[in-house]
Design a protein around this ligand. Structure first.
Ligand SMILES: [Zn+2]
Length: 197
């Protein structure tokens, strides 16, 4: 289970499409510091573990810079694909913890075999720390007022909130997580993606 989501280029491409919508929303806002216009300033990333067949734009991190001289603050929008600076895809950082393999070593082995990656156990442990310690300390988490026990079993407990088909639940969970994926000036700030998808 979850192997199909991890290797489904169409699913990954749907995340890219949502990121374009998110970027549009940020593009039409103004600098939080000086109220200046924002200019496009996208940059390439090298996401790991992304399946073949994903769109050639998948590695592009949409981003904007304030156009005002002397300000030039960068606003990197929330993302369905990238969890802040982590190099692996958000899908992997989420689903590795839901694989059936019992130990971290076996999860890593299963994932590396499936995706041809060279993920290490240490990285997975850092990700667990991100889920259990950082997510649960965020304003985004506190605003949601989930039960206390849920933090210990993140990210599975977040996915369980939605009780829908895996693709749909995962997308809703990633949408929920959006405020924790942005660049520094928008990090942990409420964000609502306006879309019907
Ligand atoms: Zn500015």
């Amino acid at each position: 289970m979850y192997h199909s989501q991890l290797t489904d280029a169409i699913f990954y491409n749907s995340l890219l499409a949502l990121d374009r919508l998110i970027a549009e929303q940020i593009k039409h806002s103004r600098c939080l510091f000086c109220h200046g216009n924002l200019h496009q300033s996208h940059y390439p990333r090298k996401p790991r573990g992304v399946p073949e067949g994903t769109h050639s734009d998948y590695p592009i991190r949409f981003s904007y810079c304030c156009a005002t001289d002397g300000c030039r603050k960068r606003f990197t929008p929330p993302s369905m694909r990238f969890l802040s600076r982590k190099v692996y895809s958000s899908v992997i950082i989420f689903l590795v913890f839901l694989l059936k393999s019992k130990t971290d070593e076996l999860k890593v082995e299963e994932l590396n075999l499936l995706l041809g990656t060279s993920l290490s156990v240490e990285t997975v442990r850092r990700w667990r720390n991100f889920w259990v310690k950082q997510v649960s300390q965020s304003h985004t988490w506190k605003r949601a007022a989930f039960s206390h026990g849920m933090a210990q079993t993140l990210p599975a407990s977040l996915l369980d909130q939605f009780q829908l088909a895996v693709n749909t639940s995962l997308k809703l969970a990633l949408k929920w997580l959006l405020p924790l994926t942005a660049g520094v000036h928008l990090f942990d700030v409420p964000f609502r993606l306006v879309t019907t998808g």
